[in-house]
Design a protein around this ligand. Structure first.
Ligand code: ASP
Length: 348
């Protein structure tokens, strides 16, 4: 039920949704937010209040960094008590990374934070931006019968689907359905009505305050294996100065090559207290290292399972935990504990 007294803060960071074509160069460039409003006159018809906060400068999401995530947390934190929900307009390219990162920055979140954007600029006739924006705003303003927000989570709303942010991956650079949540059910589907999957939506403890975090430690690497990966590449990544965590992208249910040199490099890195998290290159399914011999060999090196974590969520979670100054053994333990609904550990 839309709360007519609701106040939603619309935070505009950049991305295709607010772009306009430079007629001389043909390139897409960000335009002033007032154009966004004039291109979406429907916003005036919303029966609740929407205020705006605009990033300066606006950023293409390929420029995103932990500093920008911090800025977003700061904006939400400083306006938290004044609004019922937040919509963040963000470029699609790294939206899953940002939604994953922000999910860890709010503990006991009591308000919706909905990311959206578009594949076509809002000024184009066939834009997907209008529907994404209007519905995201409505979701941010929606309350249940107790007056609580329907979705107090960090989510992505895109092309009719509301997805848990830290479960998403951008899978399409062409079609409007740019995101998927391969291993977790949709939180809502918008058709004639918005149908919420209320039984899976996270519930905070409303008697407690939300806790904000702002630090990320970016001493993280991703090692994606492929047939024929040179030993020098593996060694170079595992020996990057000050590296604390590595997301190891393996095959299928968590398998990798069984060559002596490879396993020994991993083992040496684990002994140096580097936390190595095994995630699968497959979009669907999870890591179950006990299933096959190559996976069992990896387990023996001290690599830990990331179960069905996306690479985006694994990177974000490592940055968050090391940002909290947790010790490597605490990080290992917390990487194997769901904190914000980011993973399912049922690997039997
Ligand atoms: N390059 C744009 C961005 O991610 C693409 C988009 O918004 O879809 O900022």
């Amino acid at each position: 039920m839309i709360d007519v007294n609701a106040h939603v803060l619309l935070i505009y960071t950049g991305g295709t949704i607010g772009m306009i074509e430079n007629l001389e160069t043909g390139a897409l460039e960000p335009f002033n937010f007032s154009h966004l409003r004039s291109n979406v006159p429907e916003m005036k018809r919303l029966n609740f209040q929407v205020d705006t906060y605009i990033f300066d400068p606006l950023i293409d999401s390929s420029e995103i960094s932990p500093d920008k995530w911090r800025e977003m947390v700061e904006v939400v934190k400083s306006h938290y008590d004044d609004y019922d929900g937040f919509v963040i307009l963000h470029g699609t390219d790294t939206m899953s990374y940002t939604a994953s990162a922000l999910s860890f920055m709010f503990e006991n979140l009591t308000k919706p934070i909905i990311f959206t954007g578009s594949q076509l600029p809002i000024g184009k006739l066939r834009t997907d931006g209008k529907e994404n924006l209007i519905t995201a705003l409505e979701i941010a303003a929606d309350k249940d019968v107790d007056g609580h927000p329907v979705v107090p989570e960090v989510c992505i709303y895109f092309q009719n689907l509301l997805l848990r942010g830290n479960r998403t991956t951008k899978v399409n650079a062409e079609n409007f359905n740019a995101f998927t949540s391969a291993n977790f059910t949709n939180l809502a589907e918008a058709g004639v009505t918005i149908r919420y999957n209320t039984s899976v939506i996270l519930r905070p403890d409303y008697s407690k305050e939300v806790v904000f975090y702002e630090s990320f430690d970016d001493c993280i690497a991703v090692l994606k294996i492929f047939p024929g990966i040179p030993a020098g590449v593996v060694s170079a990544i595992l020996n990057v100065e000050n590296i604390k965590g590595v997301v190891l992208e393996t095959y299928g249910s968590g398998n990798a090559l069984t060559d002596e040199w490879f396993l020994s490099e991993l083992e040496k890195a684990v002994k140096r207290d580097i936390v190595i998290v095994n995630v699968t290159q497959c979009l669907y399914g999870l890591v179950a290292m006990h299933r096959y011999e190559p996976g069992q060999d990896l387990l023996k090196t001290g690599v830990i399972s990331g179960y069905d974590l996306t690479t985006e969520a694994a990177i974000a979670k490592l940055m968050y935990l090391f940002g909290l100054k947790k010790s490597p053994s605490e990080v290992r333990q917390l990487m194997q504990t769901p904190l914000r609904g980011e993973m399912n550990m049922d690997d039997d």
